[in-house]
Design a protein around this ligand. Structure first.
Ligand code: RIB
Ligand code: CA
Length: 320
């Protein structure tokens, strides 16, 4: 089913967005697309791909590389219940290895991401929360301020899917903090899921990375180096992948370019207890008439060529 515009978004308007992320090579691309195509109200950071101090540093660096004036607030340095785990095997020790990155020009604007999320959403009705890392900050905000569920336009997240990556059944963002994911998937507002079965169809192939490298300017050169590293770790650890799935920008493109996607509505539950399935997004695909009501728009397929055209244009717009 082609995806129509979601409430709160249209081709004419720029959706209001707050990104919560764990940069992260693909988180960086999500920020580039959001800076180009949304009213980006703020960036909050969470531990995930790397410890919080590194994901926050990386968000600051991306802000500087884009030359945008947006606040960055750091948040949770560990999940609600699970022990902290990182993904240096994919993103490197820094969380964004592979490029010669500048030192941040200035520090984060705060260290209470939850308060920033709550205050920003209360001051800007109709904001989309776009989490692209573990859902700890967003869950804490929803728990502390239940009114957010009626104030936000919705939540468009990268996470989950019909198969896993950290385990056979669980995707990293959800697996890191399943309790937080259960809170988010139960929030009852509009929810859009960019899961692995979608994002594995959105790969940074060598041809696409070469296209980025041909874009003039420093940002493009840095991002091409980051893509090379990210794809290198992915391709070396998988069979059948031509490049790294560029997961996180899908959660932004879902709002800014919904015409790129096919989607279905389904009930999605988060497994918290299974020995082999903790952190699994259980997508109910049954055709039963009495199946649970859908709580999520599940993105199924992306027009990957058109999607990368959007990324290339956004990079070029900020490259100088
Ligand atoms: O499983 C992919 C997700 O985990 C992406 O958001 C990536 O950045 C990591 O956070
Ligand atoms: Ca991420």
């Amino acid at each position: 089913m082609p995806m129509s515009h979601l409430p709160g978004t249209s081709a004419a308007t720029r959706p209001r967005v707050l990104i919560d992320c764990d940069p992260g090579h693909d988180d960086a691309i999500a920020i580039v697309v959001a800076a180009r195509h949304t009213e980006l109200l703020g960036i909050t950071t969470v531990a995930g791909n790397a410890p919080l101090d590194r994901t926050t540093r990386n968000a600051l660096i991306v802000r500087d590389l884009l030359g945008i004036d947006v606040e960055v607030h750091s948040g949770a340095d560990r999940p609600l219940v699970a022990p902290p785990v990182h993904a240096d095997y994919v993103h490197g020790e820094s969380g964004m290895d592979g490029a010669d990155l500048p030192e941040p020009v200035r520090p984060a604007d705060g260290a209470d991401a939850v308060a920033f999320i709550i205050d920003t959403c209360r001051a800007n009705e109709g904001t989309w929360l776009v989490p692209t890392g573990p859902l700890t900050n967003v869950a804490l905000a929803l728990r502390a301020a239940p009114d957010l569920a009626d104030r936000v336009a919705g939540i468009s997240l990268m996470g989950g899917g019909t198969f896993g990556n950290r385990t056979a059944s669980a995707e990293f963002n959800v697996w890191c903090d399943p309790e937080a994911a259960a809170t988010v998937f139960g929030f009852r507002g509009p929810l859009v899921m960019s899961g692995l079965h979608l994002t594995h169809g959105f790969q940074a192939t060598p041809e696409r990375i070469a296209r980025v490298r041909r874009i003039p300017g420093r940002l493009a050169a840095v991002l091409a180096d980051l893509f090379d590293f990210f794809s290198g770790t992915y391709v070396s650890r998988h069979d059948g992948l031509l490049g790294a799935p560029v997961h996180d920008p899908c959660a932004v493109l879902a709002l800014t370019h919904p015409e790129l996607f096919e989607a279905s509505d389904a009930h999605v539950a988060i497994e918290l207890r299974g020995e082999f399935t903790r952190g699994m997004t259980v997508v109910d695909r049954r055709r039963l008439l009495d199946r649970p009501a859908p709580n999520c728009r599940v993105l199924e397929r992306i027009d990957d060529e058109a999607g990368f055209d959007v990324i290339d244009e956004a990079i070029a717009a900020f490259s100088r």
